[in-house]
Design a protein around this ligand. Structure first.
Ligand SMILES: [Zn+2]
Length: 289
């Protein structure tokens, strides 16, 4: 648990998966990225599926919901998912909460690895029975009409049952589900993805980068993913946001970082940022991954 002013933050995750290292680092040569991420025999690197619980007063907000449990053996094989990993619902319980305690779910975007536990069961129902789900309108429209490039990233089972259950709150460009939590549209990874700014009060602030900066190794401006639909735009947005985060001392969360998911940015040389990790004793205890 991390205290951020009057908020209590708990980092939880849905187990690791694996992606091709070349795809994760795009034009960066392997001789450079493998210093940070060691590939397996299939050239895949481990990716976390982090989510964040934000407790403030009587409200409990969850940012992103991992991969979910619908993937069959073939899916788990392609993405190198290990059997026996502690998945998101259990992690939430280990953090001291029940699924029914979650009052708000905020989705940074609707790619399958960020919203998989939105629903569960057959027929699919909201996993968090008391929550309102906050979705950005443009992302929903795109998810319903994806292009050839990104259609494999979207699965309607992750959002349509929410509309059927009447639990969706749509927002445009910017949305604030609870006090001190603000989703802000930052294009680049796709057109409508939102980062999340947290203001706990007492001068304590944080940011959930989601796929703007998926791991700490993606902090250099040109270190972007091959999946990013708008490469130049994402670099420009990193140039805009990273100096702000460093200057203001925001606590930074990296959604796909396995090893050092939380840190403060430092300008290690002009115009180049790196993360000074903040250790999370509760998460690392007994966690051999
Ligand atoms: Zn994504």
């Amino acid at each position: 648990m991390i205290e951020l002013g009057s908020c209590r933050l708990s980092l939880v995750d849905d187990g690791d998966y694996r992606l091709d290292g070349g795809a994760v680092f795009s034009a960066v040569p392997k001789v450079m990225w493998e210093e940070y991420k060691t590939p397996d025999d299939f050239n895949r690197i481990r990716m976390a599926t982090n989510s964040l619980l934000v407790e403030r007063g009587s409200e409990l907000l969850l940012i992103d919901t991992g991969i979910g449990d619908r993937g069959g053996a073939h899916f788990r094989d392609i993405f190198g998912m290990e059997d026996g990993a502690t998945r998101l619902p259990e992690q939430i319980r280990q953090a001291g909460y029940e699924l029914g305690d979650v009052t708000h779910v905020l989705l940074t975007h609707l790619h399958f690895d960020h919203c998989g536990w939105n629903t569960q069961g057959d027929p699919p129902k909201p996993t968090f029975p008391k929550a309102r789900y906050w979705l950005e309108r443009g992302e929903v429209e795109h998810a319903r009409h994806p292009n050839v490039r990104d259609r494999s990233s979207y699965d309607p089972v992750n959002w349509e049952p929410l509309f059927e259950a009447g639990v969706v709150e749509l927002f445009d460009d910017q949305g604030s589900p609870i006090e001190g939590v603000e989703a802000i549209k930052v294009p680049g990874h796709n057109a409508d993805m939102c980062i999340v700014r947290l203001d706990g009060g007492e001068g304590e602030e944080a940011v959930w980068w989601t796929d703007l900066v998926p791991t700490a190794a993606h902090l250099p401006y040109p270190w972007i993913m091959g999946f990013d639909l708008f490469p130049v735009t994402i670099m420009e947005n990193k140039q805009k946001w990273l100096p702000r985060a460093a200057e203001a001392g925001w606590l930074c969360f990296f959604g796909h970082e396995t090893d050092e998911p939380v840190g403060h940015l430092v300008e290690s040389r002009p115009d180049r940022y790196s993360s000074e990790p903040v250790s999370l004793p509760s998460r690392l205890e007994g966690d051999e991954r």
